[in-house]
Design a protein around this ligand. Structure first.
Ligand code: UD1
Ligand code: CA
Length: 486
């Protein structure tokens, strides 16, 4: 590849995607954690690209905004707008003219054309297309697939030497042409200096009245140029997403690929079909994922960590030898050997130092928890800094919100709080201090002190209310003798 002159890529994404029945532009629907269109951009990764031009139309504004804010890898994209949808040939013309490609007719560079709704396309496949195109000195190369059901797709018409003479759309095809199983995937490589003049010669004389990019093939062929077909090994790659069922199908194919990659890299999955890993997640070795695990966004997981069952980790950094069970962890950082769950909710800004534990029905938010500290159950720790080796008891609440503003709670090293204690922020609990059960702490507690409050008072003449019996006699004397059934 390195001897190739840089390639330009055009991505067609102006279509409406009516069959999605969505208010969101079709190419923005997510699969494995990123928009469909971004998967297509990622598939360009193996090519020595100069420019990537995306043709947008329907929902143009939104598409540009989302793409600019989510692109993590690859060449930055440029956008051109096709205001009126006049066909794939028109869309490519607009991209060629609007984006001023480094011109000069003697320059024999190529342009790759792909559609924005084909997220299963692999970088290897595009690279193979570009290689065949160069090696065979083709003017145009079409990626094709052989399908049992070619319904709705353009058919490849080859000449006696096996070159492509034209592509006929399903709705314009004759009976014998419809029997052809080799279809146009809508993924091409063109010699750029031939493509622009070829597009100037196509006409909208077809059943849809559109300018078809596919007609450029016939124009090139009749001018004596060579057009080749490269058959995709895996017809799945050509799947264009038109509706939600195809979206789900593509999502599952992508998921399988991602899972396979991680299993090959040393990750165990008890049930890969119930393990959901986004495309930008990174995993260490000997990670073990139990069913119902969702690893999302830019999450990274260290070695020997066990996650699941039924846990969702989003945009978080998880260390080595951590266990997380039945829990949700979002925008958080967990150091080595932490234990989370079952049933914990770690919200944004949770930062656990080594060996910290957050147990059942505990919630944390914007909270730094020191080394070896424990929040074992039923607590809320928010807007807080907790030192090392502290024990936050069952039912401890950091009351961080006064109804208007959030305030911080600072808890020192070796602090023990009692069950159902309320720490009313802003407040700080000194190192080694103890908070008694049920205490409502409204002032700073000095190091080593005991904070206690509101002990229960006794009423000695108390009579517990009794359940009324049907006979109206409350609390009839009990007998050791069991009553007869009659
Ligand atoms: C196209 C091909 C067909 C191929 C099929 C594979 C043509 C004429 N036909 O048909 O041979 O088998 O893809 O999926 O190219 N687009 C624009 N602007 C437009 C029209 C379309 O940007 O004016 C974009 C669409 O958003 C879409 C892509 O181009 O991403 C393909 O257009 P679409 O109308 O879906 O073409 P198909 O009928 O599927
Ligand atoms: Ca299509």
């Amino acid at each position: 590849m390195s001897t190739y002159r840089p390639i330009n890529a055009i991505v067609l994404a102006a279509g409406e995607g009516t069959r999605m029945r969505s208010s969101m532009p079709k190419v923005l629907h997510p699969l494995c954690g990123q928009p469909m269109l971004m998967h297509v951009i990622d598939s360009l990764a193996a090519l020595p690209l100069e420019r990537v031009v995306i043709v947008v139309g329907h929902g143009a504004h939104e598409v540009v905004e989302v793409m600019n804010s989510t692109q993590i890898t690859g060449k930055p994209c440029e956008f051109v707008e096709q205001a009126v949808r006049r066909g794939t040939g028109d869309a490519v013309s607009i991209a060629l003219t609007a984006a001023t490609f480094d011109d000069g007719d003697d320059v024999e560079d190529d342009v790759i054309v792909v559609a924005g709704d084909q997220p299963l396309l692999r970088p290897e496949t595009l690279a193979a297309l570009a290689t065949a195109h160069r090696e065979q000195g083709a003017a145009a190369s079409v990626l094709t697939a052989v399908l049992d059901n070619a319904d709705g797709l353009g058919r490849i018409i080859r000449d006696k030497d096996g070159f492509v003479s034209r592509i006929v759309e399903h709705r314009d095809a004759s009976g014998s042409e419809l029997a052809i199983q080799e279809i146009n995937t809508s993924i091409y490589c063109f010699r750029r200096n031939l493509l622009a003049p070829a597009l100037r010669r196509i006409t909208p004389t077809n059943s849809q009245g559109e300018f078809y990019l596919t007609d450029a093939v016939e124009v090139l062929r009749s001018a004596g140029h060579k057009v080749i077909a490269v058959v995709a090994d895996d017809a799945d790659e050509a799947l264009g997403i038109n509706d939600r069922s195809q979206l789900a199908q593509a999502d599952s194919v992508l998921r399988e690929r991602i899972n396979l990659k991680w299993m090959q890299a040393g990750v165990s999955m008890v049930d890969p079909s119930r393990t959901y890993i986004d495309v930008h997640v990174k995993l260490g070795t000997d990670v073990r994922l139990l069913p119902g695990t969702m690893l999302q966004g830019t999450t990274t997981i260290g070695n020997d960590t066990v996650i699941g069952p039924d846990s969702r980790i989003e945009n978080s950094v998880i260390g080595n030898q951590v266990t997380i069970a039945n829990s949700t962890v979002v925008d958080s950082v967990l150091a080595d050997t932490c234990k989370v769950g079952p049933y914990a909710h770690l919200r944004a800004g949770t930062d656990l130092a080594g060996g910290a534990q957050i147990g059942a029905f505990a919630e944390t938010k914007n909270a730094r928890i020191g080394k070896g500290s424990k929040v074992p159950h039923l607590a809320y720790v928010g807007d807080a800094v907790v030192g090392a080796r502290a024990n936050i008891a069952c039912g401890t609440i950091t009351a961080n919100y006064d109804g208007a503003n959030k305030h911080q709670t600072v808890i020192g090293d070796d602090v023990h709080t009692g069950s159902n204690s309320v720490l009313v922020a802003p407040v700080s609990i000194g190192d080694g201090a103890t908070v008694a059960s049920g205490a409502v702490v409204t002032r700073d507690v000095p190091a080593g002190a005991l904070a206690k409050g509101m002990p229960a008072r006794f009423q000695l003449d108390y009579e517990r209310p009794q359940k009324k019996r049907a006979s109206g006699v409350p609390n009839a004397p009990q007998s050791d003798l069991p009553e007869s059934d009659t």
